[in-house]
Design a protein around this ligand. Structure first.
Ligand code: PMP
Length: 408
């Protein structure tokens, strides 16, 4: 079990007062707060090791290069990547998916009439890059619909797979509904249908809430952001199978991604550097590794159990409020709960909760097609992290009741 009494002092920002009330931060699906271990690691890096990587033969440059590459190893172990070189540093999940979609589009692998499958509950980051790929290649985008219970319609997915399926891109966990999607089964079905189908999993909402093993999932690409995993903004990772990364063309051109440049021809670097043009976010990578060490030290299973308790408590309490529709699919469900309030605009609800010190998110959560499927323009979403407490959830439920009364 997690001991939040010892965890919370590790996150100084949790001491903030909002409108004279203690902050209750339930917007963790937007970004998480950062522990001292991460802040200290970044400070230590800039205090003692800062230089540019790879290019220099001098002492500090070697330290910076080691720090950067050790961080890559930490990420690789965290997601059980077979090889450290298969981990590319990105600025976040959005960049990872764009890198994948853009290089696949440029590879010539996708032909007009080929099909790309996403799902109705994807974040815009896992829709728009594929639409752009379709525009470039003449491929067709298809979306797996939801069942009336808001889970993925697996029957529809099975029927959608065809000899034209080239890419399947699916979110591991929905950032709006909290649904844990059956990504392993989806990857297996995609490969059974056509072995060469590229399967990408968007892990942005998963990595801080459960153990992730990319080999066990059977995907080809896995993208995530550091900032939803207690690391700073501006750093993330894309894992890809070596065979695929070697086959795809480079993305951005510049320093680091080359072995040799002449005006006639450039010889590209080996992976992962082929995909990392320019000076990388070294301090960010150090922060990401520190965050991974932090959550691994607590244990992802312990974190998941703690958050499950909070989520179940919130779902149960919200379901008891007659004016709310709780969007909590009856399948594995992780750390997020969204509600629709009858006759109340989500923005008004969010503003009132903020007055009570509670940070929730309102709106479409970058999932407009999902909002369309749900017949709404936005939800009110509470999302949990390892530092949230049962008392906070109780206060949130009481405040929600009060806010609904005030708005009636
Ligand atoms: N996918 C999902 C499921 C997300 O929750 C997010 C972030 N909210 C993203 C992708 C995009 O991540 P980022 O904005 O950090 O690139």
């Amino acid at each position: 079990m997690l001991d939040t009494a010892t965890i919370r002092p590790q996150f100084p920002i949790l001491e903030t007062s909002v409108h004279g009330k203690p902050l209750i931060y339930l917007d963790n699906a937007a970004t998480t707060q950062k522990p001292l271990a991460v802040l200290d690691a970044i400070r230590h890096y800039y205090d003692t090791e800062n230089a540019n990587v790879h290019r220099g033969s001098h002492y500090l440059s070697q330290l910076a290069t080691e720090a950067h590459e050790e961080s890559r190893e930490t990420v690789a172990r965290f997601i059980n990547a077979p090889e450290t070189a298969e981990v590319l540093f990105t600025s976040g999940c959005t960049m990872g998916i764009n890198l994948a979609a853009d290089t696949i589009a440029g590879s010539g692998m996708v032909k007009p009439g080929d099909e790309v499958i996403v799902t109705a509950s994807e974040h815009h980051s896992n829709i728009v890059p594929w639409q752009m790929l379709c525009e470039r290649t003449g491929a067709v985008l298809k979306a797996v619909p939801l069942t009336p219970g808001q889970t993925l319609d697996m029957e529809a997915y099975r029927n959608m797979l065809s000899p034209r399926t080239r890419i399947v891109a699916v979110g591991h966990v929905s950032n709006t509904l909290g649904t844990v999607n059956p990504v392993r089964e989806m990857a297996a079905l995609a490969k059974e249908n056509r072995q060469e189908t590229i399967v990408l999993i968007d892990g942005a909402q998963a990595v801080s809430h459960m153990n992730v093993d990319v080999q066990e999932l059977g995907c080809d690409l896995y993208a995530f952001s550091g900032h939803k995993l207690y690391a700073p903004t501006g750093i993330g990772a894309l894992w890809g199978k070596r065979e695929l990364l070697e086959k795809l063309p480079p993305w951005m051109g510049g320093g680091e991604m080359i072995k040799e440049v002449t005006f006639e021809k450039t010889v590209y670097n080996d992976i992962p550097f082929k995909y990392e043009a320019g000076t990388p976010n070294i301090g960010g990578a150090v922060g990401l590794a520190a965050a991974i060490r932090y959550v691994s030290g607590l244990g992802l299973d312990n974190i998941a159990a703690h958050e499950q308790k909070l989520t179940d408590m919130a779902v149960e309490g919200l379901k008891a409020m007659p004016r709310l529709t709780v969007l909590a699919p009856d399948v594995p469900h992780s750390a997020v709960v969204s509600v629709l309030a009858e006759g109340v605009h989500h923005y008004d609800l969010g503003t009132l909760l903020d007055q009570m010190g509670i940070a929730v998110r309102t709106g479409h959560h970058c999932c407009q097609p999902l909002m369309c499927a749900l017949g709404t323009t936005g939800t009110t979403r509470a999302s949990f992290a390892l530092y949230n407490t049962e008392e906070e959830v109780q206060t949130f439920l009481k405040s929600m009741n009060r806010a609904l009364d005030m708005l009636s």
